[in-house]
Design a binder for this molecule. Structure first.
Ligand code: PPE
Length: 304
């Protein structure tokens, strides 16, 4: 998906012009995937642009860095303020925000602890990740033949650059086969998540989503949906799901920052609900929440 250029990018403590936010070709992360990143969205609200759960996203990035022994030379509040600044100076009302912490230029080889760590925060306007239509009509998904990274090889708990090669393999496979998005199983055959989304099913009125130990990323949208569903008094469980649980579900949907809440209407060529009522309700409350129209969840909005 094309990136729409804006004016400034925050790079190692300074705002630089978009075209000057560059790195050397011998950057460690380019060779070894040694970076961690976040995907965050800001939405237009009646009180101005607000970043959805910015502090939680930033904390997750700090934890991702910790897993890879990367020292981020900024504190949580500095990263939070810098993110707000990027949205503000670019005059963005709603946008996607991509902070990235990566091992930079200076040394090659696999022992990384002496390589300088760079921190960049960029933002740009980004529409619906799986297409505007997907939000209304849902997507067709296929279970990929590529398995999710296992926690003792590349831990899915971190949001690290290199681990996305796993999602990229799955995505290429299913798009080439004519589907919109992939669902990825773990090494035990249980659902982990999508290439860049968490998965939920609805079965007899209960929402079920794979536990984090199944290899799902601890999605911020996932967590928001769990809380919204609980407040709506929907029973909600974290449990292992097999691919046939997907086939026989009443409804299936994806959650993610980029994807937002996307109904799934077909899994491996089986119809699984024609965006069903629970998915619709969760979508409705989620979109009201991020736009500041749900007073109950105002605490999740961080004004820029
Ligand atoms: N699982 C994976 C593998 C994943 O990458 C994401 C986010 C999620 C679940 C949902 O997490 P959350 O955004 O906190 O609700 N994927 C990000 C990157 C997508 C991309 O193409 O890049 C995102 O949605 O920003």
């Amino acid at each position: 998906m094309a990136i729409e250029q804006v004016e400034k990018i925050w790079m190692n403590g300074k705002l630089v012009d978009w075209d000057d936010a560059k790195v050397h070709v011998l950057t460690h992360a380019l060779h070894y995937g040694s970076g961690v990143f976040e995907g965050i969205r800001a939405y237009e609200t009646h009180r101005g642009a607000a970043v959805f759960r910015l502090t939680d996203h930033t904390k997750r990035m700090i934890n991702s860095a910790k897993i890879y022994s990367m020292d981020i030379p900024y504190e949580l509040d500095e990263l939070v303020d810098a993110t707000k600044e990027v949205v503000r100076v670019n005059g963005l009302k709603s946008c996607y925000i991509r902070p990235i912490v990566f091992r930079g230029y200076g040394q090659m080889g696999l022992f990384p602890l002496e390589v300088p760590v760079d921190v960049v925060i960029a933002a740009w306007p980004w529409g619906a990740y799986l297409g505007e239509e997907s939000l209304h009509h849902g997507v067709r998904v296929k279970v990929s033949s590529f398995q999710r990274n296992n926690p003792n090889s590349i831990p899915p708990a971190a949001k690290a650059c290199g681990q996305y090669l796993n999602s990229i393999l799955a995505k290429i496979e299913v798009v080439a086969a004519g589907y919109d998005e992939a669902i990825i199983l773990n090494q035990h055959g249980y659902v982990a998540d999508g290439s860049g989304e968490n998965v939920f099913i609805v079965k007899d009125g209960t929402l079920i989503t794979p536990p984090l130990w199944a290899g799902a990323l601890g999605g911020i949208t996932r967590d928001s949906v769990i809380k919204i569903a609980a407040d709506l008094r929907y029973p909600i469980e974290e449990d292992n799901l097999t691919r046939t649980d997907l086939y026989t579900a009443d409804e299936v949907f994806f959650t993610g920052t980029a994807a937002e809440i996307v109904p799934i209407h077909e899994v491996d060529d089986r119809e699984v609900g024609d965006p069903g009522p629970v998915t619709r309700k969760i979508q409705e409350i989620f979109f009201k929440t991020v736009k500041g129209e749900e007073p109950m969840y105002e605490k999740w909005l961080e004004l820029v």
